[in-house]
Ligand binder design. Sequence first.
Ligand SMILES: Nc1ncnc2c1ncn2[C@@H]1O[C@H](COP(=O)(O)OP(=O)(O)OP(=O)(O)O)[C@@H](O)[C@H]1O
Ligand SMILES: [Mg+2]
Length: 349
Amino acid sequence: MGRTVVGVDIGSASIRAVEVADSRKAMPEVVRCHEVALPEGAVRSGEVMEPHTVATALSTLWSAGGFRSKDVVLGMGNHRVLAREVSVPRMSMRQVREALPFQVQDLLPVPVADTLLDFYPVSETMTDTGPMLNGLLVAAVKEAVNGNVAAVTLAGLNTVDVDLIPFALTRVLARAHSEHRSMAFVEVGAATTSVVVVVAGVPQFVRIIPTGGADVTAALVARLGMEPDEAESAKRSIGSESSAVPADQHAAADVIAEYSRELVQSIQNTLNYVANTRQNDPVSAVVLAGGGAQLPGLAARLATATGVDILRPDAFSTVTLGKNVDLARLAERRGAMTVALGLALGSAA
Ligand SMILES: Nc1ncnc2c1ncn2[C@@H]1O[C@H](COP(=O)(O)OP(=O)(O)OP(=O)(O)O)[C@@H](O)[C@H]1O
Ligand SMILES: [Mg+2]
């Protein structure tokens, strides 16, 4: 077995890690995966607020999960990361990267000097002024990335790469659902919803919407005076069709329905925008992932709005599982491990 690497997804309520060997092979092997809970407030919107608490959680994760490698790939994907479609004159990737800071300031809400920039080429076109390279500009606020790297370092681990969470999703889901040429991946987290449109395995478009499942719980607390725990369990059980719930739950169902409608509308707006700008490859399926996507009724609403099939992700169908993987545990949490798996598969190990 070659060098292994661990994809680490730092979520709001837990950290999930997947260790992969032979990530470049057609069938990489998952050697270990594990998840530990985080105390409330340690991480907000994917950003480490309490580095020492997170470092302790990472150490617990490493010992409880038996991870061997110390090489970590971290994910970034929140309101402090921006992805935009840009076109630049065709040149080498090194030249593109050097030129980026001078070309993109107008697109960014923060000074270029405070960001980490990268460019992912998608296609080439010929224009009157010469050949152009079309791709995705990714800009992450340095401070937001550095905080997460600092927590990893405190835990005695090495960050070998930081990758955009929507790219990690693409890497696993495009392989698992290759029967559709053009798809959208929608991942609803606690604070963030990522939308990626992929054609033939290549991400064409990425949007990060700053809303997620935690907003529903917060709305139930703020508007109906529920306790947070009560609101969380109401959200998971009630769903958003008030006709189907007992009378005393109508108010909660209405709040949940309003959130569902708004979220579906934002996703739909994003997909409409893509459909208008790229008419050749209409999306024929949406893969709906993330904890927040389990909200009862959300998938049905999205199916009605988009008119396409809504698929549940099956990220682990394209890897082999090593003998140390706890299959019973994985069966319950495989959806939650999707991002961590995608992060590990992106490394050059
Ligand atoms: N069965 C369920 N029904 C409804 N919502 C659920 C269910 N299970 C989990 N959630 C919600 O999913 C959200 C967490 O999802 P996930 O674990 O994907 O987010 P995260 O990675 O921690 O957050 P983020 O990606 O935004 O940083 C929470 O808001 C939680 O309440
Ligand atoms: Mg997440």
